[in-house]
Each structure stands twice: as structure tokens, then as C-alpha cells.
Design a protein around this ligand. Structure first.
Ligand SMILES: Cc1ncc(COP(=O)(O)O)c(C=O)c1O
Length: 388
């Protein structure tokens, strides 16, 4: 690996990100490398994208093979093999059909359209703490009024109901209006909150009774992050649609909607489309990423490392007054603090540990799924020092 010389300048980039810290020029395993050669232990992983770590041999090989095929892009007007194989792989785990797009928000927007066409109804129910993306419908279903306000009016007919409140959900989800209910089985941006299985089971029952589509947004918690291919597997509840993105393309832009056979039957050519979705280059890489993650030994290793990490974080919470609670699944953890999390995240970065926030007082930890036990131990030691 060579570290390139840089002459970068951010002034021409639109200022919608509050970018911090050094200029990163390379990465290896669970580490990002800055231009001065300093190595940062990365428990952000591109916000739960880089599941296989940096400079992964799996992704390198897949990219080279994808180049050898000679097709970066072919229009979705024609058939190509990689997307068909990827759809077959994903639908081994969820009976139905796959639609490929380019991001998580796009996957959710598509899922809302599919729900409307199938149900012949219009409204959407989402939950407090939710994050579903930054486009006009996905933002309307996102419980961040500060993100929404400057861009209103957004999609109308979207209700945000308190998470876990059965009575409120019963009232909001109706047979005459509700097209879709969308929920993250483990909320990410909203503070790393695993949703109780009983609440998901209630939503399944209510959606069936009302003829609306239950969408599990597993953009962040899906594809091995919690130690099973889908986070919802651990709850025994199956949705009508899954939305996926983040790790799906191994770092290339890639999203997917997995659609039940019943909803797929309501969709016809022309109902939805995107130029780039599931093109042969990205689908070749994505297939290897999905196959790697879906290996039982890979998922068992995520569960084992996650159990170890969870145990250490809970101990940290029990012994540090600044931490209120540790919660999570697999390699997706949040430390709820008794104070604002951003300054602690900044101090951790000064000590070469990258973590991020999830709402105002939660510190989020989402390392590559390939992270070693030693790197986890190193990261927890730094966190303990920062919080001491
Ligand atoms: C659960 C969830 N859904 C949707 C999105 C939006 O994904 P994207 O940023 O790829 O549009 C995110 C992004 O953080 C997410 O965490």
C-alpha cells in the first residue's frame, strides 16, 4: 500500500458537512491512515458501510474481476448476469424479488411507492427516533424536525408514532389509509435502540389486519451488522419489504429493496426505475460482499466479537458515572452518556479512535465486521481512558 502525496483543499465542496479531523489518504483493516502517517482505529467504518474493513482482499479481488468483465454499466433496459446473480443470492434469505438502487434513502422512497401501488392507499406510519434518509418521503418519515423544517412541505400523510407504544400504533395504522409501516429493527441514528421483538410482532399483526406493507429499514442494522444476515431474524418477525444499502456495495453506492412476492405481483414495467441501480460492476462486488457476510462462520464471529464488546461496554457503563447505559446487538453499540456525546467523540479522535454520535447523548460504535479482538480491546481501552 502506498500513501499518496496530497494537495487537497475543501473550499470547493458544498458546506453541508461539518467535516472534522485530518485528511485521510489510505486505510488498512480497521485503521484509517492520515496524510502524516498517523493511524486511526476506525469504529465508524464509513458509518456502518465498510463491513469488510479497508483494503479488503475480498473487495480488491471482486473489483478486479468486475473490471475484467469489461462492463461498468449497462442499462437496466437489458439483462446482465451480475445483478441477476445478486438478486438470487439475496432472495435466498427472503423469498421475493430484489430491486437495486444507489442509496438507503432511495431504497426507502422506492419501498413507499411499491407499498402505495400494492395497497392502493397513501399514508405512512414511522416511529420516534427513526432515520430513513434525506429525500422528500424518507425525510418525512425521519424523526428529526431540525432536518425536516427548512424543506417543508415534504410528503404529506406521514405520521410519527412513539416507538414501542402499541396503543398509539394501533390508532395510527388504519385499514382505510395506511399504505406502509416503516421501522428500523435496531434504530441507528436515533440512539442505537434495539426494538423489542413483541413490538415488531404487533406491527406484523396490525399490518396484516390493515392490509399495509411492513417495511424493515435494515440499511444500517442489516447485512451482518448485528450478527445475523438481517437484524430482524433475531426477533422471528418477517417484513413485506427489506430496505438495504450501506455495506451492500462494499463501499460502492448500492441500495436494494427486497420485495415479497405478493407486493412484487402488483408491480409492472414502468412503475419504478433508476439508471445506475444494480449495474454489472457494483453487482459483481456486492455479490462477493453478501456471500462473505452470509457465511455462517463470518456471522458467528460477529456474534462472538459482539458479545465480548457488549460485555466490556456494559462493564464500562456500570463503572463510569458518565455512562448511563450500553445497548446494542452484534457490532452495533451505543453508549448513552449523561452528557453531550460530541465533545467525547472529539477527544477520542485526538487519541486516534474514531467513534460517532447517534443523537445528542449517545456515542455510537460500528467497527468493520472484520475487526480483530485485539483492535476491539484497544478501542475499548481508549474509550475507558477518555471517559475516566
Ligand atoms: C436506517 C437508515 N435508513 C436510511 C438511511 C439513509 O441512507 P443513505 O444515506 O444511503 O441515503 C440511513 C443512513 O444513515 C440509515 O441509517
Amino acid at each position: 500500500m502506498t500513501i499518496p502525496a496530497t494537495s487537497a483543499d475543501a473550499t470547493a465542496l458544498l458546506g453541508v458537512y461539518a467535516r472534522v479531523g485530518p485528511l485521510f489518504v489510505a486505510g488498512e483493516g480497521s485503521e484509517l491512515i492520515a496524510e502524516d502517517g498517523t493511524r486511526y482505529l476506525d469504529f465508524v467504518a464509513g458509518i456502518a458501510v465498510n463491513a469488510l474493513g479497508y483494503n479488503s482482499p475480498v473487495i480488491r479481488d471482486a473489483v478486479l474481476r468486475a473490471l475484467d468483465i469489461g462492463l461498468i454499466h449497462v442499462s437496466n433496459l437489458y439483462r446482465t448476469e451480475p445483478g441477476e446473480r445478486l438478486a438470487a443470492e439475496l432472495t435466498k434469505a427472503f423469498a421475493g424479488q430484489a430491486f437495486f438502487c444507489n442509496s438507503g434513502a432511495e431504497a426507502n422512497e422506492g419501498a413507499f411507492k411499491f407499498a402505495r401501488k400494492w395497497s392502493k392507499k397513501t399514508d405512512i406510519v414511522a416511529f420516534s427516533g427513526s432515520f430513513h434518509g434525506r429525500l422528500f418521503a424518507s425525510l418525512a418519515a425521519t424523526d428529526r424536525p431540525d432536518y425536516r423544517r427548512p424543506f417543508e412541505p415534504l410528503l404529506t400523510g406521514v405520521q410519527i408514532v412513539p416507538l414501542g407504544d402499541v396503543e398509539a400504533a394501533q390508532h395510527a395504522i388504519t385499514a382505510d389509509r395506511t399504505a406502509a409501516v416503516i421501522i428500523e429493527p435496531v434504530q441507528g441514528e436515533g440512539g442505537v435502540r434495539p426494538v423489542p421483538a413483541e413490538f415488531l410482532a404487533f406491527l406484523r399483526e396490525r399490518s396484516d389486519a390493515c392490509g399495509c406493507a411492513l417495511i424493515f429499514d435494515e440499511v444500517q442494522c442489516g447485512l451482518g451488522r448485528t450478527g445475523t444476515l438481517f437484524a430482524s431474524e433475531q426477533t422471528g418477525v418477517t417484513p413485506d419489504m427489506y430496505t438495504l444499502a450501506k455495506p451492500l456495495g462494499g463501499g460502492l453506492p448500492m441500495g436494494a429493496i427486497l420485495v415479497s412476492d405478493a407486493i412484487a405481483a402488483a408491480l409492472a414495467p414502468g412503475d419504478h426505475a433508476t439508471t445506475f441501480g444494480g449495474g454489472p460492476f457494483v453487482a459483481t462486488v456486492s455479490l462477493d460482499v453478501v456471500r462473505t457476510i452470509a457465511e455462517p462462520e463470518f456471522l458467528a464471529a460477529v456474534r462472538a466479537k459482539g458479545a465480548w464488546l457488549g460485555d466490556r461496554l456494559r462493564r464500562l457503563a456500570a463503572t463510569t458515572a458518565r455512562v448511563r447505559e450500553a445497548r446494542g446487538r452484534g457490532l452495533m453499540w451505543g453508549l448513552e452518556l449523561n452528557e453531550v456525546a460530541a465533545p467525547i467523540v472529539a477527544v477520542a479522535r485526538e487519541r486516534q479512535l474514531l467513534v460517532l454520535t447517534a443523537g445528542p447523548n449517545v456515542m455510537r460504535i460500528v467497527p468493520p465486521l472484520t475487526v480483530s479482538r485485539e483492535d476491539l480491546e484497544r478501542g475499548v481501552t481508549i474509550l475507558a481512558e477518555v471517559l475516566a
